[in-house]
Design a binder for this molecule. Sequence first.
Ligand SMILES: Nc1ncnc2c1ncn2[C@@H]1O[C@H](COP(=O)(O)OP(=O)(O)O)[C@@H](O)[C@H]1O
Ligand SMILES: [Mg+2]
Length: 103
Amino acid sequence: MFRVRGVTRVFPSRLAPVHALRGGDLDVRRGELTAVFGASGCGKTTLLRALAGFDRPDAGTIHLGDTLVVGPGAFVRPENRNVGIVAQEGALFPHLSVAQNVA
Ligand SMILES: Nc1ncnc2c1ncn2[C@@H]1O[C@H](COP(=O)(O)OP(=O)(O)O)[C@@H](O)[C@H]1O
Ligand SMILES: [Mg+2]
């Protein structure tokens, strides 16, 4: 379902560039449940954001099914990927009810 090859993301920084992803590969087949784990700052969120299309890698390719969504000259916008993300934190309004948050 997801095929990630050589995905690379470097964030500019005043000190030294931050290599959030260095040529990462990942395959997730339909129906599989995959966990990505590692130390804080190792690039997990950057990878998920790249899959959803919230961030654009500097190099590498991502296929979603048969569709190339990230690649040289290719970028499918997030609203056209049908990929959902549930944020780890900070995504709820504490003063609203569950139903109001969903709405
Ligand atoms: N928008 C950004 N600008 C600059 N650096 C970033 C940005 N997003 C993430 N980083 C850096 O990239 C690295 C990976 O971050 P992240 O993907 O959030 O890690 P994780 O989710 O595994 O904790 C960290 O060093 C982080 O500080
Ligand atoms: Mg994270």
